[in-house]
Structure formats: C-alpha cells, structure tokens
Write a protein that binds this ligand. Structure first.
Ligand code: NDP
Length: 258
C-alpha cells in the first residue's frame, strides 16, 4: 500500500526536512521534496534506492517570492526506479504523476529560515522573507494540496495528513524567549495558531493536522549559522527536551520506534 502513497516535504533538501524525506522513502512512500533553487534540489537528491513504482520528485520554489510563486510554473524533476529523469514546468505539485494510481497522502511543511539580527535592526526585506518562508509557504502549500486530499477515500479513517514543523520559540505554552529571534518566533507562533484553527476546519474531511515544535537541533545548518551569543542563549533556554534530535522529531511523526 505504501508504494501508492505520496508525501510532499518542503525544506526537503537539508537538515530536518531531508531526514524526514529519506525516512518516508525508506518506508516506501513516493516523495515530492521542495528546495529553494534548481541547484539545491540537484545537489541534495536522496541517496536511497527506489523500489519499482516508487518515485522521487524535486521541485524548486523560492518561498521568499510569495505570493508570486503560488501561480508560477516551477521547475520539477521526477526520478523513478530504473528510468531516466523527466523534467517539466508546472504549478501543479502532482504534475506528471498518475493521480489515479498515486494518493497524495501527506504534506510536511518544514522549510524555514532563521533571523540574524535583533528586531530593531531587521529590515523590511528580511522581515518579509522570514514570514514568507516560515509561515506563508505553509498556508499556500496547504491550499494547493487540500482539494486533492478531500477527494481521497479514507484509509484508517483519514483522507490525509498535514504536518507543520514550528519551533518551541513560537509556542506560548513553552514560555521561552530568546533575544535576536523576535520575528522568527512570531512566524512560528503564527504557524502554531494557524494550525490549531486549520485542524478544526479540516476535521470534517478527516484530514489530520499535526504541529511539531522542536527545541534546539544542533546538527542542522540553521543552528550552525547562528551567531555565538544567540546560540549560547538558545542552549541555556531551550537546549533540553525530547525534540532536540531528528530521531525525536521522526518519532513524534510516528516514523521511528524511539
Ligand atoms: P536547515 O537550515 O537545515 O534547512 C532549511 C530548509 O528550508 C532547506 O531545505 C532550505 O532549502 C529550505 N528553505 C530555506 N529558504 C527557502 C526558500 N526561500 N524557499 C524554499 N525553501 C527554503 O533548517 P533545519 O532543518 O534546521 O530546520 C527545518 C525546520 O525546523 C525549519 O522550519 C526550522 O525553523 C525548524 N526548527 C529548527 C530547529 C533547529 O534547531 N534546527 C529548532 C526548531 C525548529 P534550500 O536548501 O534549497 O535552500
């Protein structure tokens, strides 16, 4: 059954998203992963042997360019077991895929960028980029998949699943603030509250909405590029807890035994 399931992973070229992508592929899903450029998608292809009938599609979309990207054709490359890659341009995430035989089952919104300056020094362009990549990409990708999911028949009582990777910094209940992350934290708070309402809206169609709020995952590029002072504060304030490893995040998604 898994070989007919399709999962979409934004931020699937590196870090947490690429590990989620690879675990879904190991479980037999076909995967559509999204990166910011053609070069990034080409360089970061999964190194996993595909089974017969399983495909991997890489799409390049620069989420900073919201809302323009939503209705533009994106460059897409499909690879299937034992077949040459197919290249196409389309604004349909499932373009080139036989929709009768493959079920668009899961969307994982994982693309994200961090903040590099304090709130008062962050310019409007950087503010827009953080909100567009971290928040608006989730909202628009959800809209793009939802019509297809609603048409799915139910499997185990569900028509589909949307997973959003937020952050402990956006979770008001966690009560953590770190100077230098104001806009990033606000973008993640927006994701969390959006998901709470979305979950209620989509319940009638039996589509699950899950929010995961990781703490500090030190192995990722995002954390490696932070300035020393912000990193120290993050270590002091959010360094502990289960969601500090990619294995912990996969377990939260039901993708590992941890
Ligand atoms: P990385 O920096 O390792 O990877 C970021 C991913 O987002 C890449 O795949 C990148 O694509 C994609 N991305 C960035 N900018 C754009 C853009 N303009 N358009 C399209 N895609 C873009 O991040 P992490 O793996 O560390 O983080 C993944 C998610 O987890 C993020 O949402 C982050 O906020 C969240 N998170 C991370 C934590 C951590 O400690 N690392 C803690 C809490 C939450 P490309 O490579 O093609 O540029």
């Amino acid at each position: 059954m898994n070989r007919n399931l399709v999962s979409i992973v934004s931020g699937g070229t590196r870090g947490i998203g690429s590990q989620i992508r690879d675990e879904l592929l190991r479980r037999g899903h076909s995967v559509i992963f999204i990166g910011s450029t053609e070069d990034s998608v080409n360089r970061n292809q999964p190194q996993i042997n595909l089974n017969q009938g399983q495909f991997v599609k890489g799409i390049s979309i620069n989420f900073q360019e919201w809302p323009t990207w939503v209705k533009s054709p994106w460059h897409q490359v499909i690879r299937e077991a034992g077949q040459l890659a197919t290249e196409l341009q389309s604004d349909d995430l499932m373009a080139g895929i036989d929709k009768k035989n493959y079920r668009l089952d899961t969307l994982v919104n994982c693309a994200g960028i961090t903040q590099t300056k304090s709130a008062i020094k962050t310019g409007p362009g950087d503010m827009a980029s953080i909100m567009n990549v971290n928040f608006m990409s989730s909202v628009s990708l959800t809209q793009l998949v939802i019509k297809q999911m609603i048409r799915n028949s139910t499997v185990d009582g569900k028509r589909g699943r949307i997973v959003n990777i937020a952050s402990i910094l956006g979770d008001i209940r966690a009560d953590v603030t770190v100077p230098g992350t104001a806009i990033y934290s606000a973008s993640k708070a927006a994701v969390i509250q959006y998901n709470r309402v979305l979950s209620e809206e989509l319940a009638r169609w039996k589509i699950d909405v899950q929010t995961i709020s990781p703490a500090l995952v030190e192995s990722t590029d995002m954390i490696q590029t932070l300035d020393h002072e912000t990193l120290q504060k993050l270590r002091q304030r959010v360094g502990n807890g289960r969601l500090t490893t990619i294995q912990g995040i996969l377990a939260e998604m039901g993708l590992s035994q941890e």
